[in-house]
Ligand binder design. Structure first.
Ligand SMILES: Cc1cc2nc3c(=O)[nH]c(=O)nc-3n(C[C@H](O)[C@H](O)[C@H](O)COP(=O)(O)O)c2cc1C
Length: 202
């Protein structure tokens, strides 16, 4: 194995996107929005994380996508955190639109309606967020950051942490999906407690 301290470093061209030159670990969520004609739209996003220790959630999206336009118009969206067995479903949600602009795959995926916002959630996910638009940050190159305030959230019972449950067992029994951008994925079932420094406080 290469000595990490002495690994040769390759200078990356920052005029180009650097994120394809190595792998990164991301979640894979499906964002649900409502199209102007009332149909559900669904699209996978991996540039997606909590935006605060409070209940805000953000994802990166290009204004070229209907997801962006739908959120800007309706002011709301829903988020499903997908499980490893749902990787194909998440990927299918990125099926290109038909020539007439419709996206039939969005109607073919197994969904149920969010309760506080007008958008669809994916059956079988493990964490479900319903968000009202808080802020859009445009101008990140071709992309924008969409931040929502979480107004409702549900977690699947088998994925919920509990004081009488061991976290290691929980992750093993309800594994997590990691998208290894670009183009690979992993099922995370094995995990180890992080060794926090003594006296650590958030
Ligand atoms: C695994 C995966 C992850 C993706 N992550 C993102 C993302 O983080 N941001 C983004 O704008 N598009 C992302 N996309 C692309 C869009 O989801 C895709 O182009 C989608 O079809 C757009 O649909 P819409 O026009 O209905 O919004 C991803 C696609 C895949 C397959």
């Amino acid at each position: 194995m290469a000595d990490q301290h002495n690994a040769e470093l390759i200078e990356l061209d920052v005029e180009q996107s650097i994120w394809e030159r190595s792998f990164g670990v991301f979640p894979l969520v499906v964002v649900g929005t409502r199209e102007p004609d009332g149909a559900d739209d669904l699209a996978p996003k991996h540039l997606a994380i909590p935006m605060s220790w409070q209940n805000y959630f953000g994802f990166v999206c290009t204004p070229r996508h209907n997801t962006y336009q739908n959120v800007r118009r309706s002011g709301e969206f829903a988020v499903t955190y997908m499980r490893p067995a749902q990787t194909v479903l998440a990927s299918l949600a990125a099926t290109p639109r038909c020539d007439d602009g419709s996206k039939p795959i969005a109607g073919a995926l197994p969904t149920f309606p969010a309760e506080r916002v007008q958008a669809a959630l994916i059956e079988g996910g493990y964490l479900f967020l319903e968000c009202e638009l808080h802020q859009i940050v445009d101008g990140l190159g071709d992309n924008s950051l969409i931040i929502g305030r979480i107004v409702a959230a549900r977690v699947a019972a088998d994925a919920a942490r509990a004081s009488d449950l061991d976290d290691e067992d929980l992750v093993r029994d309800a594994p997590l999906l990691a998208y290894l951008y670009p183009g690979r994925f992993a099922e995370i079932a094995n995990s180890t407690k992080l060794p926090f420094p003594a006296g650590f406080k958030r």
